[in-house]
Structures are given as C-alpha cells and as structure tokens.
Design a protein around this ligand. Structure first.
Ligand SMILES: Cc1ncc(COP(=O)(O)O)c(C=O)c1O
Length: 464
C-alpha cells in the first residue's frame, strides 16, 4: 500500500486492510521497473492480506463440504456456513433472507432470472452492466432509458410500473455504475417499485466494496455481489434475498447436493440454500468472501468513503485540466460516486492510451466499453443510426471501429501518489504523444507495444 493511500491516516498500517501485491514492481518497455500503479479495482480488486492469511489457515483443513463425517469435513462445513453468516451480516439482510454462494455477480443474477415466476416482467435501465441486462431476456424484460438524472430514473420507472400488469414484477438496478461510478438512487427506486408491488434486485458488484449496504433498511429484495471485486479473488460470489422464488420450481443447476431424494423419474429437491448450490461448493471462495466481508465490516467505512471521495475529486480536477481530455458521467458533477472515472484523451485511441500507460508508466487501467455497450453509446453521444450501423456491420462479420474509453478505478490501496502518477503520465502523453511503437487490432479495441521487451517474472506455473 502506498504511504498516502486512500485508507485514512488512523487506519493506515492496519494489518487488516493491507493488500497482497501492493508493492510489486513491473517492467517498462523503455527499461527499468516501477511500482505497479493499480487503477483497475473495478475490474478485479487485489486480495486482502486477511483473506490470504485465511487461505493459508484453511488449506490444511480443506475437505468436502456437507458431504462427510470426517473431522476435516465437519470443520470445512462449519467454515462454509460461517461464511454464509458473514455475507448475510455484511449486506444487512433480513433474518429469513437466503444466501446462495455463486461464482460471481453474473451467476447470481442469472440464478434469479432462472428462478423468476414464468409470468414475471422485469424492468432494467439501459445503463446496466451486461450482467444485469442480458439474463432478464429469459423472461419478459422492458428496458428503461439511460436516465439523464436520478429524478428521471425514478420518473421513468414510475411511468413503466403504473402501466405494467401482472402479479410478478422485478426492477433490476445497479448500486453504482461500473462505467461512471455514479451511485444510483436504489433505495428510492425500491420505494417506487414496492408501491407497485414490484421487487428489486440490486447489482452490488461495484457498490459493495465502496459503501455500506443495508438490505433490510433499504428494502432491497435481492442483492448480487462478486468476491473478486471485494478483495477475495477466489471464485465465489453471492446472491442474497427472499427465499420464495428461489425455492420454487427447478433449481438453476441440477445435481448432487441440491436434492433430498432421486428416483429415475422423480426428484425431491432440497431446501434452500442447498437447492440452489448443486455440485461441490467452492469452499475457499466462500470462506474468503466471508473473511473479506468481516474485514471490511470491522473498519470505519465512512472514513474510507471520505478518503476515496477526496481522491476522486483530486483525480477529476487534475484530469480536467489536461487539454483535450474528456470525462464522462450521466448526471451532475455533484452526484455521489464511487472511485471510478472514465475518460478519453483527444483523438488518441483509447486502447493505445491504456497500452501506453501500462507499457511506459506501469499503470494498470481498463479500456473499452466496460461490458455496458448501451451506456457507452449514450455517454459517447453516438448517434442511434451510427449505433444501428455498427451492429449491422458487426453482425455481417465486418470489422468496425469499436467505441470506448479508458477507466480509472480506485480501492483500498489507492493513494494520492497513484492518482498523481496517472495524471502526470496522461499530461506527458497529451503533450509528447506515446514514447514507443504500438500496434492495434483492426477494430481498435486492443493495442500492444511492438516490440515488447518486458521480461516475465519467474513463476511456478506456465505462462503462455
Ligand atoms: C456493475 C457490475 N455488475 C456486474 C458485473 C459482473 O461481475 P462478475 O464479472 O464478477 O460476474 C460487473 C463486473 O464488472 C459490474 O461492474
């Protein structure tokens, strides 16, 4: 962790919030090494030290979950169920909410989509991550426009629900945008939804690492999150929520562990959560997710929010001063955001800017459309005819120039020095251009240094 990290002064040095790999140096194409500046937390966050220590402690005891009388199996099962309680507590779930361990947020949302009553209608905003747009096509879905203000989001939902018929309605909304960081008015959305008898699913993939969530108080019916965005990158996520829809009908996955009894033409499904957790569970993933939840819960999260907000302001102001740099957001500059900021630099292709930052400055950011094509089309102001043409040409198999941007995103280990390093790098690129040669894919979505003399570290596994 850098010395002036986003972790506030009185929490700094807390072993609990240390991150594995925070001081790793990476090679530059221009020669030399530099501490890796990780500004890509929104894609996948590094592992908390407390989580890594938990893995070390768990592995000697590793054994089957819910499947053995052996001492280690019993202990593994207790650890797995302890993790379930930790996740339940972390999101402020109601007493009778179920916690199902999944692979990630995508898996959790697909599980809800599969469990929806057959006549259900879903309402989702066009600004959602693809994980919260596409699974609903399993049922009837209406997409609401990308709203130009939080008030517009509420008004368009109200309008849609007022004319919606049916007994089973669901509103799916993100907690915080993975593209702009803006925090959605999800508690108000839940109020509107409930007034019309609709339930609410909160995609908390981005919100959960940055804000306290209280499902009970905020009246959220379902919540999906990913461990790898929550400092526990061991392949588990979770779905938390009301049990009735999840306990009805066929489970999302059929198989061992999800049943009470099976005949060749009959099956008695198990109760929740087992019913929705067929197959051998991911013990390490679940336990580490639980440890990450407990670690975050034990910190002063308001102080973390204050520190991150200050850093985001610093980044916003400094980047805005760079000629030709454009930042994107849906709503007013004052609207609360998590530490996520998308931008482009003049006519420099976004993929090349990301490649330059990595190759010449050791800075990791994400680029592209961030799995949110409709939102990016709106943010970049792409004309609907151009958008339709893009789709038509792509579906014919033509190569088209893909729109996109660069995104910086922050987390527990981000400090002022990291943001300053990014700003200085972008300033240099803005005035001098790239200092190396690069090649790009035909659609512009990828770019890489050519040649790339950076050595690879020696690791005890194969690198392609
Ligand atoms: C807002 C949001 N929702 C859903 C997802 C999907 O998460 P996962 O890839 O962990 O399933 C992401 C991932 O970036 C996200 O940012």
């Amino acid at each position: 962790m850098s010395c002036d990290a986003a972790v506030p002064a009185r929490l700094r040095g807390s072993a609990n919030l240390a991150l594995v790999g925070a001081d790793v140096d990476v090679p530059l194409v221009t020669g030399g090494w530099r501490r890796y500046v990780n500004l890509d937390y929104a894609a996948s966050a590094p592992c908390l030290s407390s989580v890594s220590e938990a893995v070390e402690a768990l592995l000697p005891w590793y054994s089957s979950v819910h499947r053995g009388a052996g001492y280690k199996s019993q202990l593994a099962t207790a650890a797995y169920e302890g993790a379930r309680e930790a996740v339940h507590s972390f999101v402020g779930a109601r007493h009778d909410d179920t916690v199902v361990f999944t692979r990630n947020t995508t898996d959790a949302i697909n599980l809800v989509a599969a469990a929806l009553p057959a006549d259900a209608s879903v309402f989702a905003y066009g600004a959602e991550h693809h994980a919260n747009l596409l699974p609903w096509r399993r049922r009837r879905v209406s997409y609401l426009p990308v709203p130009d203000s939080p008030e517009h989001a509420l008004a368009s939902l109200e309008l849609a629900l007022a004319t919606a018929g049916g007994d089973h309605l669901l509103v799916a909304v993100t907690g915080a945008s993975n593209v702009t960081g803006e925090i959605w008015p999800y508690a108000e959305i839940a109020q509107v939804a409930h007034r019309y008898g609709a339930r609410v699913l909160l995609d908390a993939a981005q919100l959960a690492p940055h804000r306290i969530i209280d499902m009970a108080a905020e009246d959220i019916d379902y919540l999906a999150l990913s461990g790898h965005k929550l400092y526990a990158p061991f392949g588990a996520g979770a779905l938390i929520g009301r049990p009735d829809w999840l306990a009805a009908g066929e489970p999302f996955l059929a198989g061992g562990g999800a049943v009470r009894y099976v005949g060749l033409d009959s099956v008695l499904w198990a109760d929740l959560p087992d019913r929705q957790e067929a197959g051998s569970p991911n013990l390490v993933g679940a336990v580490t997710l639980g440890v990450a939840c407990r670690t975050l819960q034990a910190t002063d999260r308001d102080a973390l929010v204050a520190a991150e907000t200050e850093l985001l302001e610093f980044a916003t102001v400094r980047l805005a001063a760079i000629p030709g740099l454009e930042q994107y957001r849906m709503w007013s500059a004052e609207h609360p955001r998590i530490g996520v900021l998308p931008f482009n630099l003049g006519r420099l292709p976004y993929a090349q800017l990301a490649a330059v930052l990595s190759a010449e400055y050791g800075i990791g950011v994400r680029h592209g459309c961030f799995c949110a094509h409709p939102l990016m089309v709106a943010l970049l102001g792409i004309d609907p005819d151009v958008d339709a043409g893009l789709y038509a040409n792509l579906s014919k198999g033509d190569t088209v120039a893909m729109p996109g941007a660069v995104r910086l995103s922050m987390g527990l280990g981000t400090g002022r020095a990291d943001i300053a390093a990014l700003v200085e790098a972008v300033e240099t690129v803005a005035t001098d251009g790239p200092g190396w040669r690069y090649q790009s894919s035909a659609d512009g979505a990828d770019c890489w240094p050519d040649p790339d003399p950076r050595p690879r570290p020696s690791l005890p596994f194969e690198l392609r």
